[in-house]
Design a protein around this ligand. Sequence first.
Ligand SMILES: *Cc1c(COP(=O)(O)O)cnc(C)c1O
Length: 489
Amino acid sequence: MSDCTYTRVTFFSGENLPLEMHKARMVQRVHLIPAKERLGVLTRTGNNTFLLPNRDVFLDMLTDSGVNAMSEAQYAAMLMADDSYAGSETFYRLEKTIQEFFGVEYFLPAHQGRACENIIASTYVSPETPTVITNYHFTTTKAHVLLRGGRVLEAISDAGLKTVSDLPFKGDYDLAKFDALVNEAGGPSKIAFARIEAGTNLIGGQPVSLANMREVSAYCRKNGIRLIYDASLLADNLFFIKTREKECLNRPLGDLVKEIASLMDIIYFSGRKLGCARGGGICTPKRDEYLRLRDLVPLYEGFLTYGGMSVREMEAMAVGIRETLDIHNISQTPLFVEALGQELTAKDVPVVTPFGGLGCHVDASRFIPQVPQDQYPAAALASAIYLVSGVRGMERGTLSESRNPDGSEHLSNMELVRLAVPKRVFSHSQLKYAADRIGWLYRHRDLVGGLVFEDEPKTLRFFLGRLKPVGDWQERLVAKFLEEMPSGL
Ligand SMILES: *Cc1c(COP(=O)(O)O)cnc(C)c1O
């Protein structure tokens, strides 16, 4: 089927449901433990959903990273892998796929997205070029820049930071702000690189328009600023430019990818997201950039023909990246996010709009306004959601920030709980269940309190930090749940 025209399948009844364009032929049993046991588990794991064992989780909506369902073609390709340290055929197949997909010549493999960020930050961030400008930061990107003594400035428009909106491209750069930040940094010569993240993770999987990418690229070319594209969430962004940006409506997805790539100097991605496998890579049309980045791959990742990835993952990634050009594949996450968003909205639960990619984002600031930001409302809400549903979401708020140099909290622009919707994993009734329990929680939101640290790591504290509730609100919440849901499930 040509992907030039995308038609969403709709129901004659008028019901607005996402339709699966695949069937399940292998499944995994999941377990729902009672609320009382969930309280015990949560207490033992320091109220950090990252630390929950999967055996105690019903729906794992933490992330889309490395947990998207793979296709039969991906599994089939894994059987054909060429296991060798140097010169693996598998690597050449992946390299060719990347070259054809992005239309760029040079490819460097890395074991995942943050490994690419390590190589990029090590290469370009220095005392002479300390500044990175981005539409919006990502946790691991920022950590790598800070580790090199650099800083990250954000050029997203104020409108992009409003959780309630009908703007189709909230991830867009504000060009005037970008220009002001370049000047504030001391001019283009002080900029390590500008970065476009599309889709934009921490503000709710919001897309960047192709028109905006063109403008940012033109500005960077005019001013001699290196432009780097984080393509981890490209699949969702492609779907949104195809369906929300008029001029993209009738253009093949492959053309859109190549045009985006042609605007950039360097592209990197997490293969745990793009391509639905595990791994990552950096590619560039420029030989000089390739040569600068290349030396760090054997140092940190592995030889140039595997970069820390297993050959089986590389085969799966190559097929997965080609499958990104199937509109009915990349539609699945956005359509299921929309369905979950609509279910939650119908129960008055505040969510980020417009619905984006990656997952549905519940707005903790509006859900539990009684919890102050320094008691991590998004983390508190994520823990409460687990207690009443067994659903594991992820905090995306102040806890995911790092402290200011003086030790004070760096309060986040948004306090969100992300309910990730990995591709082709959950059924519609499972999402309805999540919405049902979160709807129940919303009716009892007055019971939810804050969290404080018991053990706070210095970097990327959200991964391993341990917290405890302020007071006994979690016991009271579970007691209320048992009163209204006597089965405890
Ligand atoms: C996940 C992610 C990364 C980091 O990738 P990993 O493979 O998890 O290391 C970088 N950028 C964005 C936008 C991401 O979503």
